[in-house]
Design a protein around this ligand. Structure first.
Ligand SMILES: *Cc1c(COP(=O)(O)O)cnc(C)c1O
Length: 406
């Protein structure tokens, strides 16, 4: 039951348009006749947009691959996408291997215990395809996950490759890495990481393994474009296909280097050809007027300097509206900005509508999105909070229903 007037509208049209646009751009960057696959990252509940709503739309738009963080997310994605290939991007943990087999998930692996868990699970049950497809992550410089390359003695990568080669239960289907600074155009770090990936690919080729996929790169890699053809050529050297893994851009936000962060009149992120997918809305649930000197909210951090009309919104930091926006952020009412007055509470927020005539209980309020000719995007909130749009979107709480529109 959703009766509280707080909701997030998810534009089906924009999500699909973004996927198609990203695939078009990716293809534009590879040489004629060559192919490139675009995996849709739907981790963290599709960046706060709702995995159940977004995954089937992306699969329907042509995304054969979906990327999730955990086995739990993979199981949820499988429930709505029976045909998709689902990449679990953060390894696996004890007790999860059975679910990987049962739900036909594809784990990204790099620790020896990942191999142990999967091999043990295959001994308990028969596998339809005879073996489990796994993707090996190479740590080319992010120092987060993956087998490190360069690996001075070649011990770790050698041992893992040998086990994969010898294992009847496991099949190396893909090799992946993650770039640490893909938004830096012509960045030295990315170049260094690409040459480490090249070293890894040579080792893999020498071991006789033939993965079908090489994947690397996120939204920034895809939109910046310069890395795509070199990566594709690298993959082609061992007969593999390149796959890119955009996340944020699917939801309409481009990295800053492409001039994004401003909305054009038609809702497109300026310069990127992408449309924000999520609009976060609520309604005015109460109104009052306070006099000069009177305070609003906890500790009266807002104090009226004139007769001030205040509107109450039934959402707060428990909904994901960061308390850091207290006295800093604004919302849209009647197509105009209403500043947040005082501290955001757990479940409520007060806004100053003194300069917006005619506001009434029930009026629609936009927290994130467009109203009239004005827009508030996740970059604006992120800047006020000192963070990135990823966090603004992921912060929107589960109790806010995601409502598919258009
Ligand atoms: C989150 C993630 C991505 C997508 O990154 P964006 O910047 O959102 O495009 C790609 N690959 C991996 C491994 C990730 O964790």
């Amino acid at each position: 039951m959703h009766t509280r007037p707080v909701w997030a509208e998810i534009s089906r049209h924009n999500l699909i348009a973004n996927y198609l646009e990203l695939r078009r751009l990716a293809r534009e960057h590879v040489s004629a006749g060559a192919s490139v696959e675009v995996l849709a990252v739907v981790k963290a509940d599709a960046y706060g947009h709702g995995l159940r709503v977004c995954s089937p739309l992306l699969a329907g738009a042509g995304a054969d691959w979906l990327g999730v963080t955990s086995v739990e997310e993979g199981v949820r994605a499988r429930a709505v996408c029976p045909e998709s290939s689902i990449l679990v991007m953060s390894g696996l943990w004890h007790g999860e291997a059975d679910a990987i087999l049962e739900h036909r998930l594809t784990p990204l692996i790099w620790e020896r215990f990942h191999l142990d868990l999967l091999e043990n699970a295959t001994q308990q049950r028969s596998i339809p395809d005879g073996s489990i497809a796994v993707h090996l992550e190479i740590d080319t410089g992010m120092s987060r996950q993956g087998v490190p390359i360069p690996d001075p003695q070649g011990k770790e990568v050698g041992a893992i490759l040998e086990r994969l080669r010898a294992s009847p239960a496991l099949r190396l289907e893909g090799v992946a890495t993650h770039f640490s600074a893909p938004e830096v155009i012509d960045g030295e770090d990315t170049k260094r990481q690409r040459s480490c990936l090249e070293m890894a690919i040579e080792l893999i080729a020498a071991s006789g393994l033939r993965p079908r996929w090489i994947h690397a790169g996120n939204s920034a890699t895809l939109l910046e474009g310069e890395q795509i053809e070199p990566l594709r050529q690298l993959a082609a050297r061992i007969g593999a296909q390149l796959m890119l893994r955009p996340g944020l851009s699917l939801y309409g936000y481009a990295p800053r280097f492409s001039g994004a962060g401003e909305l054009e009149a038609d809702g497109r992120m300026a310069g990127s050809g992408l449309f924000p997918v999520l609009a976060w809305k609520t309604r005015v649930t109460s109104l009052r007027t306070i006099g000069p000197g009177e305070g609003a909210g906890y500790n009266a951090t807002f104090r009226a300097e004139r007769a001030t009309r205040l509107a109450l919104l039934p959402l707060g930091y428990a909904d994901g509206l960061s308390r850091l926006l207290s006295n800093r952020g604004s919302v849209l009412v009647h197509g105009r900005r209403a500043p947040i007055a005082g501290r955001i509470s757990m479940d409520q927020t007060i806004v100053d509508v003194t300069d917006i005539p005619g506001v009434e209980i029930g009026d629609e309020v936009v927290v994130l999105g467009k109203q009239g000719g004005v827009a508030i995007d996740a970059y604006e909130l992120a800047d006020l909070m000192g963070t990135i749009p990823y966090e603004v979107l992921c912060d929107i709480a589960e109790r806010v229903p995601r409502v598919p529109v258009d």
